[in-house]
Design a protein around this ligand. Structure first.
Ligand code: 4NP
Length: 160
């Protein structure tokens, strides 16, 4: 399965979501491929925010190799699931995806944690390190829920 995590700049939230989920699916040997992208393209070509990198490293995850890029229409075809970090990002995705936007593939990331609540991951861009730590913990819990939801709905049995 190919998963795309999406936020605005692809430097704060979605790089963390990519790194955290990839780490967990690798440990669980699920064989998924996790990527990330942004809707605004303001930071194209940049590395993740220093504080996202810092909180990731503090939790044993290296996101330093990631490069920010803007989401493309093709992404809506390539990926099996596309997760928006926030309500505004999901609206941007509808606009950018146009005819390729598929409601069955695209959803709010935090609905994996609290189904139907339509919550957004706060944007830590405007705050300090505490904000990044909070966002890390929220994303981490949601990635656990996402994997559990998948395993439950598919009756997945691990290969030994
Ligand atoms: P992100 O945070 O969407 O979590 O990567 C942001 C980073 C940069 C900007 C907005 C949000 N910006 O407007 O430059």
């Amino acid at each position: 399965m190919k998963i795309l995590m999406v936020c605005l700049g692809n430097i704060c939230r979605s790089p963390l979501a990519e790194g955290i989920l990839q780490n967990k699916v690798d440990a669980a040997k699920l064989g998924w491929n996790v990527d990330s992208a942004g809707t605004n393209g303001f930071h194209d070509g940049e590395s993740p925010h220093k504080l996202s990198q810092k909180v990731a490293v503090a939790n044993g995850i290296d996101i330093s190799e990631q490069i920010s890029r803007r989401i493309t229409q093709e992404d809506f075809l390539i990926y099996d699931r596309l997760y928006a970090m926030s309500v505004d990002v999901l609206e941007d995705m509808k606009r950018i995806g146009g005819e390729q936007f598929n409601e069955r593939k695209c959803s709010l990331f935090l609905n994996e944690l609290h189904q139907g609540k339509n919550n957004s991951v706060p944007d830590p861009w405007y705050g300090n390190e505490d904000g990044f730590i909070e966002v890390f913990q929220l994303i981490d819990r949601t990635c656990d829920a996402l994997i559990n939801n998948y395993l439950q709905t598919t009756n997945y049995t691990p290969k030994i």
